[in-house]
Design a protein around this ligand. Structure first.
Ligand SMILES: [Zn+2]
Length: 272
C-alpha cells in the first residue's frame, strides 16, 4: 500500500508541474486544481468568434438549407449531414420492415421475414415429412408439413385468393396469387377461411390443416408456382427469402403413403 500511495503522489506532482505550479503541492491540491479547471463552464472556453455559424441543437438537412449558411460550413459537415440523412432513411426502412414483420406474425405465423421489400410468412407449424421431386415415377410438386387437423395455415405473402374450396386430389385447397406473379397452393386443408377474390396479407390465417383428398395423414401440401405456371421447389425458394422449414425430410413411410396423392396432385396441378 505504501508503494502505491507514493506512486500516486508522484503522478500528482508530475501533473502539477505540467500546469506550471512552482511549489510542489500535495497530491490532494493537484487533483483539486485539475478538477476545478475541468469544471470551467463551457462558454468560458470558447473563442467567442461572432462570425461562426450558430450551433443548432439538432442538425437536419432542412434546417441547414433554411439558414442559407450551408456554403459557409466545412464541406465535411455536408457529408455528415448526407450520412445522417441516409442513416435516418435506413432507420425508417428498418422500422417499416419491423412493422411488416410484426403484422405478419400477429395472427400466429411461426416466422416472418421481409425480403426485397416483400413480406413472407412460414405458412404453418409443422414438420417437413416430404420434399419436392420425383418418387416412384411420379413427381411430388410440393412439400408436406405434417401437423394436427385444425392447425392454422397462414398466407405465404400478400395476395389475392385465386381459388378456395373443393379440389380433386387435394380434397380442399386454397390458391393465392401474389403480386410478383407467383402463386402459393395449400392442399388437403380441412377448411378454407377465405373466399376467391379476397385480398390477404402475409400471415393472415387462410385455412386449417386437414386430411382431405388423397392424403393418408393430416398435413399441409404446399406448392409454389412460378409466373409461367411451372412448379418450383418451395424449400430453396423459401430459404432464399429467409424462411426456414424445419424438420428432417423423412423419405419412407409418409412419402410412400403420399405417393398416391402425388399422382393426383400432379394431375390436379396440370389442370390449371
Ligand atoms: Zn404433398
Amino acid at each position: 500500500m505504501a508503494a502505491a500511495g507514493g506512486a500516486l503522489v508522484a503522478a500528482g506532482q508530475t501533473v502539477a508541474s505540467a500546469f506550471g505550479m512552482s511549489a510542489a503541492p500535495t497530491a490532494e491540491e493537484s487533483y483539486a486544481r485539475i478538477a476545478a479547471s475541468a469544471m470551467l463552464p463551457v462558454s468560458e472556453t470558447r473563442t467567442g468568434d461572432p462570425t461562426a455559424p450558430a450551433v443548432t441543437s439538432a442538425i437536419g438537412g432542412e434546417q441547414l438549407s433554411s439558414t442559407g449558411s450551408v456554403s459557409s460550413l466545412d464541406p465535411g459537415a455536408e457529408v455528415d449531414v448526407a450520412n445522417l440523412t441516409k442513416a435516418a432513411r435506413l432507420d425508417e426502412k428498418a422500422a417499416e420492415e419491423d412493422e411488416a414483420k410484426g403484422a405478419a406474425l400477429a395472427h400466429g405465423a411461426p416466422q416472418a421475414v421481409v425480403y426485397d421489400g416483400t413480406t413472407y410468412a412460414l405458412p404453418t407449424r409443422g414438420q417437413l415429412t416430404s420434399g419436392f421431386g420425383g418418387r416412384w415415377g411420379v413427381t411430388h410438386y410440393g412439400i408436406d408439413l405434417a401437423a394436427p387437423i385444425g392447425t392454422p395455415i397462414y398466407a405465404l405473402a400478400d395476395g389475392v385468393v385465386d381459388k378456395a374450396g373443393p379440389a380433386s386430389g387435394f380434397g380442399m385447397w386454397v390458391v393465392l396469387k401474389h403480386t410478383d406473379g407467383t402463386s402459393s397452393v395449400y392442399g388437403h386443408i380441412n377448411r378454407a377461411l377465405v373466399e376467391a377474390g379476397q385480398e390477404v396479407k402475409a400471415g393472415d390465417e387462410i385455412a386449417e390443416v386437414g386430411n382431405r383428398g388423397q392424403s393418408t395423414g393430416p398435413h399441409l401440401h404446399l406448392e409454389v408456382w412460378e409466373q409461367d405456371g411451372s412448379k418450383t421447389n418451395p424449400l430453396p425458394w423459401l430459404s432464399e427469402r429467409g424462411i426456414n422449414v424445419t424438420g428432417p425430410a423423412k423419405a419412407e413411410a409418409e412419402s410412400e403413403a403420399h405417393s398416391s396423392s402425388s399422382s393426383v396432385d400432379s394431375s390436379e396441378s396440370s389442370r390449371s
